[in-house]
Design a binder for this molecule. Structure first.
Ligand code: FE
Length: 199
């Protein structure tokens, strides 16, 4: 399967069913529903690079290696997962994915690392965070902040959004290209987003 290209949607579905996601089963059993979908060796070869967005005022460098942020506060659980891919839809292994977001009350932890953590994509280019749905704060719609970096390459700084969020249309930073696919799961929500980074 070396150099095989995959359809991005199928990659995510298959990835969620893989062993690395099995740990999610107790809180969100529906995560395994992608199991029946096969990998499809097809790709248009020109996936759009994920758009950059402002970092905002609340980034803290050197977050801990911590894919499970659920213990950082209250709120509805959300499993955020997907792939880091090249524009040719090839998974990028070992890519840094750094996530930070507000707590359920809309506040950032600016003195510590609650709801701040990073991880590295696995050999198949997958990442997964377990966290809580961020709260709202004045002037912004609901969002995650993310930085993605492959090796010593350029840092992609962007934000992710929730579909059907009333505040989206009132937020001048909001970009529908950065909408996660959100679905309900027992015990919380699933959020899926694939990052496509320039080589
Ligand atoms: Fe923010």
């Amino acid at each position: 399967m070396q150099q095989t290209k995959f359809n991005r949607r199928d990659l995510v579905a298959a990835g969620l069913a893989a062993a690395g996601f099995a740990a999610l089963s107790p809180p969100v059993p529906a995560l395994g529903q992608g199991a029946a979908l096969p990998l499809t060796p097809s790709c248009d070869g020109k996936a759009a690079v994920t758009r950059r967005q402002t970092e905002g005022p609340y980034f803290t460098p050197s977050s801990p290696l911590k894919p499970d942020l659920r213990g950082d506060g209250a709120g509805e659980m959300l499993a955020l997962s997907g792939f880091v891919l090249t524009p040719q839809c090839r998974p990028v292994a070992g890519a840094l994915v750094d996530l930070w977001h507000a707590n359920v009350g809309g506040d950032y932890d600016n003195s510590g690392f609650r709801f701040r953590g990073h991880q590295f994509t696995d050999a198949q280019g997958r990442y997964q965070f377990l966290t809580r749905v961020p709260g709202l704060y004045p002037g912004r719609t609901r969002h995650f902040h993310v930085k993605v970096r492959a090796g010593r390459g350029p840092v992609l700084t962007t934000q992710l959004y929730f579909p059907d969020e009333p505040g989206n249309t009132r937020d001048g930073i909001f970009d529908r290209a950065l909408l996660m696919a959100i679905s309900a799961a027992e015990g919380g929500r699933l959020g899926r987003f694939d990052f496509v980074i320039a080589g």
